[in-house]
Each structure stands twice: as C-alpha cells, then as structure tokens.
Ligand binder design. Structure first.
Ligand code: HAM
Length: 418
C-alpha cells in the first residue's frame, strides 16, 4: 500500500525543531511581557467574511490563499491566514474594549495559507505577533517594532534590516493611487497580465510586483512618501524619532506596501540577509486604523506585527542543547522490575529526567541503548543490588562505577552533571 504522507506544504515539527520554536516563542512572550503585552488566543477558524472584510478582497491572501470550507450547517468558515483581523474582532466583541487604551496583546499559533510551498514558505506555519489596540499615537508604531527588535536581539540574530514606509491614509492615498494609475496607464498593454489585474483592483499592489516587465517602469514610479498629507507626514516623523530613541536603525523603503489591505500610514518589515526573494521577511506589520470599522465595530486604531516562527528559527543561532535524560534505570532480572520502577519514580520526584528500561531484553542490550541515549549515567538494579539494598550507578562518559544507597543517587547524578 502507498504510505500516507503529510499534506503538501505542511511540516511535522520533530522534537528538536519544536523545542527551538517553543524557545523562540517563549523568549518573544517574555520580551513582549516586559512592554506590557499579554497573551490572547483566538479560534483557529473564523467566519470567512472576517477575512474578506478585514484583510481585503484585493489581497493575494484572500483571493488565492484561503482554506475555506462549509461546516455541516452550511456556514462558510476559513482557517485563519493571519491573526490581526481575529484579534480586532475579539477586541470589539469583548470587555477588552472597556480597558484603558492601548490594550497590548500578544499571540502565537498556527496560520494557514494556500501558498506555493518552498523554503520558509508553508501552508501551515506559525506566527508570533503583538497588537496594540485602541490608540492612534505614532510612538506606538515604534514600540511594537522595539518589541520585535529586542526579541530578535535576545535570540542572537544578526544580519537583519528594518524596512520602513508610510502608505498614507484615506486623506492622501487617493491622490497617490491616481498618480500610480497615471504613471502606468500609457504602458498598460505591455504589463504582465498579473500586474494589469493589480492595477485594476488596487494600484498600490503593483509596487509588490516582481514581474520582469514591470521592474523598469517601477524605477520611475511616483513614491508614496511624496504624497503624504500633513497629518501622515507628522505621524511618520514621530515614528522615526521614536525609533531613533530606541536606537533602532531603519531604511526607508517607499516601495514596501505589504500584502494585506488594512494598512494605513506606517508599514514595516524586517528582512534577513539569508532569506532571499519573496520570503525574505522575518516579520511584517503596520498600522490599521480603519480595520475595526470594516468588521462592524466602533473605531479602534491599532498597530502590530507578526513574525514567522519557522523563518526566525531558520536563521537564529542554535539555542541550548536539547534536553536529554539524566539517567537510565535498568532492571537486570524480572524480579528486579518493581524495584527499578520504584527507583525511577523516586528519581523523577527528585526532579530528574529518567528513562526506565525494565523490559525483558538482555542487560547487554539495555546497556547499549543507554549509551546511545545521551544520558549521564545508568543505574542498575539486580538480585545482588536488592540483597545489598544498594544500586549500581555507572557514569557513561568514564565508566566509573559506584555502589550507592537509593537515597544517594540523585545527589551523585547532579554532581556528575556539573
Ligand atoms: P504577513 O506579512 O502576511 O503579516 O505575515 C507575517 C510573517 O508571517 C511574514 O513576515 C512571514 O515571516 C510569516 N509568513 C507569512 N506567510 C508565511 C508562509 N506561507 N510560510 C511561512 N511563514 C509565513 C501578517 O500576517 C499581519 N497580520 C502582520 C500584522 C500584525 N500586521 C499588523 N499586525
């Protein structure tokens, strides 16, 4: 029979990788906690409408990448492709909106996009993110970036660069859209089909284009920063001043519009030199002041970012070595099994990580397995030990062997470990 394999674009997170991702997430939560962000969890599936209205039906995510299905009562549900729209929904629907603004929230969990699988690009991936909701102050934009920056710093990540842009708001964006249309209109027929479509649906999207035929025209395209209204210009200056105060270097990148429709004003990404092409972003984010209204709730301006944990772990230096068992407890004969199980339990209660090897196979086989386990020592229990009310403890790295009372084992193991 053909073996069943995992769905395309998904990964099994084996223990070493999962440990690395959990560590990255735990460090992130701790760093964000230091800025007052508290963890929230929203459902993994939501009404499809949430993403159509929130993320926007001109975005690739909604147009091409959603995992949408009908449940048994015919409701259209979607596996969440991102966390921001769900969090704004939860904010609007809960007592969170009565808290003093901004409400600082952090989250981590799986997201789903029917993306073309590749290095650093999966159909189920994991994000860590933060959202500061209910407050339009520009300094908050820098604060969320500072959370991300500190986090990557704690993980020891080098080779990163912050790309910063402002894409204006309802006041100034229409003029910029028009300028883009005017720039590309005379060349419409030469553009690749995909970009013609982008121009028709949402002209800003064309700045995302990686199509060869469009690159050339892009160089002379109007830039969003030249079209900002006074309020957006002032906000953008404040974001930059706050970033300088945090000592976070950045590059202005007027072509960075981001793939989701809800952004206004500040947008940013952090790129890593080892991640190339379309998946070079470790994380991305920005301000989304009109999103709450799109979802049918009162205004709740906000800003946040999300990072792909797989990508972060891919480029981060390795963390501490994975946990290994400290001791393997082996029974030498069937009569020694109860004593070996009791000893294992006692050592676990003392806080040690213990592998019990109390099956019927030969002691030689058990010793070989113990040597491969990475444990510090093996503890033997047989007839002789039971009679003498002692156990034999052997240090695997040196072969040194001691005969100890049961209550001496933990202390000896701890001594060998350090
Ligand atoms: P995003 O740029 O779509 O933003 O995704 C954020 C990050 O998730 C990306 O930079 C990348 O590291 C990771 N990511 C996205 N797609 C994939 C994939 N197919 N495979 C692996 N990793 C992926 C958002 O999701 C926004 N909600 C961010 C945000 C929060 N904006 C404001 N607040």
């Amino acid at each position: 029979m053909t073996p069943i394999s995992r769905p395309r674009g998904t990964e099994d997170l084996l223990p070493d990788q999962l440990a690395a991702m959990n560590r990255a997430r735990d460090v992130a939560m701790r760093v964000a906690g230091g800025y007052g962000y508290r963890e929230i969890a929203t459902p993994i599936f939501e009404s499809t409408e949430l993403f159509i209205r929130g993320v926007g039906d001109t975005s690739d995510v909604v147009r091409r990448e959603m995992y949408t299905f009908s449940d048994r009562s015919g409701r259209s549900l979607t596996l969440r492709p991102e966390g921001t729209a769900p969090i704004l929904r939860a904010f609007g629907e809960s007592s969170l909106r009565e808290l003093p603004a901004p409400v600082r929230l952090s989250y981590a969990g799986p997201m789903f996009r029917y993306d073309r699988p590749g290095r650093g690009r999966y159909r189920q991936f994991h994000q860590f993110g933060v959202e500061a909701v209910g407050d339009a102050e520009a300094e908050l934009d820098a604060e969320v970036i500072a959370v991300a920056w500190d986090w990557l710093g704690e993980l020891g990540l080098g080779g990163i660069g912050l790309q910063l842009n402002s894409i204006g708001d309802a006041e100034c964006r229409p003029a910029y859209r028009q300028a883009l249309l005017d720039h590309f209109a005379p060349h419409l027929a030469q553009l690749p089909e995909l970009d013609q479509d982008r121009l028709r649906r949402n002209p800003l999207r064309i700045l995302d284009s990686k199509e060869a035929g469009t690159e050339e025209l892009m160089r002379t395209a109007p830039q969003t920063l030249d079209f900002l209204c006074d309020a957006c210009q002032e906000a953008f200056q404040r974001v930059q001043a706050a970033l300088r105060a945090y000592h976070i270097p950045f590059d202005l990148n007027p072509r960075m519009v981001r793939g989701l429709d809800y952004y206004v004003r500040t947008t940013f990404e952090v790129w890593h030199e080892d991640l190339v092409g379309a998946q070079n972003a470790l994380f991305g984010g920005g301000r989304y002041d009109g999103l709450s209204e799109l979802l049918g709730y009162p205004p709740a301006p906000g800003v946040g970012f999300a990072a792909g944990l797989e990508r972060v772990v891919m480029v981060a230096p390795p963390g501490p070595a994975p946990e290994r068992p400290q001791v393997v407890v082996c029974s030498a004969q069937p009569q020694a099994v109860p004593a070996a199980i009791n000893l294992s339990q006692r050592l676990r209660r003392d806080g040690l990580a213990v592998l019990s090897d109390v099956g019927a196979r030969s002691l030689k086989g058990k010793m070989r397995a113990a040597e491969r386990s990475g444990a510090v020592a093996v503890c033997l229990l047989g007839d002789d030990e039971i009679k003498a009310q002692r156990v034999t403890l052997r240090r695997l790295s040196t072969g040194e062997q001691l005969s100890l009372r049961v209550d001496e084992v933990s202390a000896q193991l701890r001594e060998w470990e350090y």
